[in-house]
Write a protein that binds this ligand. Structure first.
Ligand code: UD1
Length: 446
């Protein structure tokens, strides 16, 4: 089994120095790839991260009849790559040739490897009038319902049902515009309904939508394709349906979660890091928290700089849809709280099971208690290295950061989760001065 091994003598013992380059957002690139399905012809996406999930999405698009080419420059710690302008960020180009007639079935074998594949549902119903997409099934961060996706598509005129492990949706003629509202600003439901509504007949108003920068990026690409959408970045989107869209060239928005991860890395391990390519304005609340804790955060060219030379003060975190504190950065906040001065209350409002990570953090000696969706973390000067297991992308990366503040050796098993979301995670950390390597670990059930 794949793993990471981190060695440290505790916080500030191996401070991180240098520049971390941030590429395109995973959570945007995957949806932009799905949006390409809406227009026959060649769509070219730039600044797409070199991660496993992008390759799985490429396989899925091929399964639907597209020809997909993924080109990535590989890791470079030096100057910007000529093709992308994104030094060491591991971002590259994806070219998608979409046929006039798509196949409409997304098989279980691919969907179970990539939950985000559910985002082909909206485009397929809109383009083909029918879709069969396998249900993704269990997930390590909660039940992750899809009811709002299905209800919204039904309101748009599709007949939606579950058959033999697939969600099957069909529409006799063309989807028709409707007034929709979401119970909760779900990122996935907003995206699926948006991608269905752009080709519907008439006007669709979607209320209480998610406002994440990745949604704005998707809206912008759809508008470049010829869609008519009003309200970008707000909580109500109005979509005037058009009969067809055209393929485009589009660059993916920078990954604010990766940028935030590097900011937390400097906060946990200490050091002086420039995070380049990450837009600080998408991380206002995170930057504010780090500053209140005692970190020095400054604007830098095309990014920001985080300097930490002492133990930080604990701060509370409440996760909420954007622009609230991102749930994807919550594990990093908890890892940092474990070595801060004082006590932090962490409240998780988006995913019910995200605290599975807390049990692993406790194995590193963190003093914490969870109760429902609250966790109380009492900071300690130092953690203690131990073997731990990554249950998802962010938990895995946060355990590595905790390992940077733990005396001794920490091994993080199931590190493939981290590689799903972070291009060259280990290579970048080594470049910044961390003592980390990839190792082969015995299987967990041996
Ligand atoms: C996306 C991101 C994920 C991020 C999350 C919230 C991708 C690939 N993943 O996930 O990294 O943590 O947004 O920012 O972009 N829900 C329902 N019914 C629905 C839809 C959602 O109950 O129909 C619930 C989910 O169970 C979850 C919450 O709403 O508890 C948020 O889900 P959602 O915003 O849809 O997240 P994802 O799109 O799955």
């Amino acid at each position: 089994m794949q793993g990471f091994q981190v060695r440290s003598d505790g916080p500030l013992s191996h401070p991180l120095h240098g520049t971390a380059h941030v590429g395109g957002a995973k959570n945007s690139a995957l949806k932009l790839m799905a949006a390409a399905l809406l227009a026959p012809g060649r769509t070219e996406l730039a600044n797409v991260p070199d991660i496993l999930d992008v390759h799985v999405m490429a396989r899925l698009l091929e399964e639907l009849g597209c020809a997909v080419k993924v080109s990535h420059p590989g890791f470079s710690s030096g100057a910007p790559g000529p093709s992308t302008g994104a030094a060491g960020s591991g971002s590259g180009l994806v070219s998608i040739e979409v046929p006039e007639r798509l196949r409409h079935e997304a098989p279980y074998d691919l969907v179970r490897r990539l939950r985000a594949s559910i985002c082909v549902l909206g485009p397929l119903v809109a383009r083909c009038g029918r879709a069969r997409v396998a249900l993704p099934g269990g997930d390590n961060i909660g039940s992750r319902g899809l009811d709002m996706h299905f209800t919204g598509l039904t309101e748009l005129g599709a007949r939606v049902r579950i058959e033999h492990g697939f969600v099957v949706a069909d529409v006799p003629d063309r989807l028709r515009g409707a007034n929709l509202w979401l119970d909760f600003p779900s990122v996935g439901a907003t995206e699926n309904l948006l991608m269905a509504a752009v080709l519907a007949e008439g006007t669709t108003v979607i209320d209480n939508v998610a406002r994440e920068p990745e949604i704005v990026d998707l809206c912008q690409m759809l508008c470049e394709m010829g869609a008519e959408i009003e309200g970008l970045g707000g909580s109500t989107l109005t979509v005037y349906g058009v009969p067809q869209l055209r393929p485009v060239e589009h660059a993916t928005v920078p990954d604010r979660i990766v940028a935030g991860t590097w900011a937390f890395a400097a906060a946990v391990a200490g050091g002086d890091l420039v995070v380049r390519g990450g837009q600080a304005r998408h991380l206002d609340i995170v930057v504010d928290k780090l500053v209140s804790a005692g970190a020095d955060v400054q604007h830098a060219e095309d990014g920001f700089r985080v300097a930490v030379d002492r133990r930080l003060r604990a701060f509370d975190v409440v996760t909420l849809p954007y622009p609230g504190f991102p749930t994807d950065l919550q594990p990093f906040a908890m890892a940092l709280a474990a070595v801060c001065n004082g006590t932090a209350m962490v409240t998780e409002n988006v995913f019910e099971s995200r605290f599975m990570f807390a049990q692993e953090l406790a194995r590193l000696g963190a003093d914490l208690r969870t109760d429902g969706h609250h966790a109380v973390v009492r900071g300690r000067p130092l953690l203690s290295g131990a073997p731990v297991v990554a249950h998802d992308i962010r938990a895995g990366a946060a355990l590595v950061l905790a390992g940077l503040a733990a005396e001794g050796t920490t091994t993080v098993a199931q590190s493939q989760h981290v590689d799903r979301g972070y291009p060259f995670f280990v290579e970048i950390l080594r470049d910044l001065g961390a003592d980390i390597e990839r190792v082969e670990l015995p299987d967990l059930d041996e």
